[in-house]
Design a protein around this ligand. Structure first.
Ligand SMILES: [Zn+2]
Ligand SMILES: [Zn+2]
Length: 253
């Protein structure tokens, strides 16, 4: 069995959407490597600057990681020192020439600061990233690679059985995998869609029981662990597994 499929098979045995798990793992590895040895790597720094840092989720993840792992903040401090040096001159120029259209201003500053040439016309160039968060992009690329593995693997009875026994894919990753399957694996597409229907009908049933048992008349009826967690699982289905809410780690009832 190929390496990619073996990793995927392992993730299918764990709780929650397997692609969410593999994506999170890739993101966490990137952040760990960043702190461990890449804070001063020029290519890494260029990507950091291009995104004007990371998105809020990954920025705080990096902050927590360094605090927890090293009890220190030197890596974060170095990275943000870089960003401050880019942002401050833009604001200084705006303070000097407030009436100035930020676009020509930006063009002039771009020469000095190597800022992006174009940007969101609604935004202020130099005060926002010209690229999306690097960690988000890397995570999505990883998930897409495993989505391809899954489409390929579904031709195999063992992988199909493993998938059926897993928690299945969240909607964002189901969409990603269906798109992979659409052009070249119609059977995998049909299997994934049929499997999703069965799972969602079951989830809907549990959710309806959860709602019904909130009614005063039925409050005495005990809830199953599945019903009790249904309102959390449905959030995980629509947006992917959460972080810090234990949805990937704690599946207790
Ligand atoms: Zn997912
Ligand atoms: Zn991000």
């Amino acid at each position: 069995m190929s390496w990619g499929l073996a990793v995927l098979q392992h993730a299918l045995r764990q709780p929650g959407c397997p692609l969410c798990r593999l994506q999170r793992e890739a993101e966490a590895r990137y952040l760990e490597n960043l702190l461990w040895e890449n804070v001063n790597d020029p290519a890494t720094r260029e990507q950091w600057a291009a995104g004007l840092g990371f998105c809020a989720r990954h920025a705080w993840q990096l902050q927590r990681l360094e605090a927890r792992r090293y009890g220190d903040g030197l890596g974060n401090a170095i990275l943000y020192e870089d960003l401050l040096q880019r942002v401050i001159p833009v604001l200084e120029a705006m303070a000097r020439e407030p009436a100035m259209d930020p676009l020509p201003l930006h063009r002039r500053l771009a020469h000095v600061l190597r800022l992006p040439r174009s940007g969101d016309p609604e935004g202020i160039p130099g005060l926002q990233g010209r690229a999306r968060c690097r960690v988000c992009r890397l995570g999505e690329e990883t998930a897409r690679a495993y989505a391809e593995w899954l489409v390929e693997g579904l031709g195999d009875a063992e992988v199909r059985a493993r998938y059926a026994a897993s928690d299945g894919l969240c909607l964002p990753h189901l969409r990603m995998t269906l798109i992979c399957a659409r052009t070249r694996a119609p059977q995998a597409l049909a299997d994934l869609a049929g499997d999703a229907v069965r799972r969602l009908q079951r989830l809907l049933g549990a959710l309806r029981e959860y709602i019904r048992k909130h009614d005063w008349n039925y409050r005495h009826e005990p809830m199953s662990p599945e019903e009790r967690r249904s309102w959390i699982r449905v959030v995980a289905f629509f947006v992917g597994e959460g972080e810090g809410d234990g949805s990937l780690d704690d599946r207790g009832g």
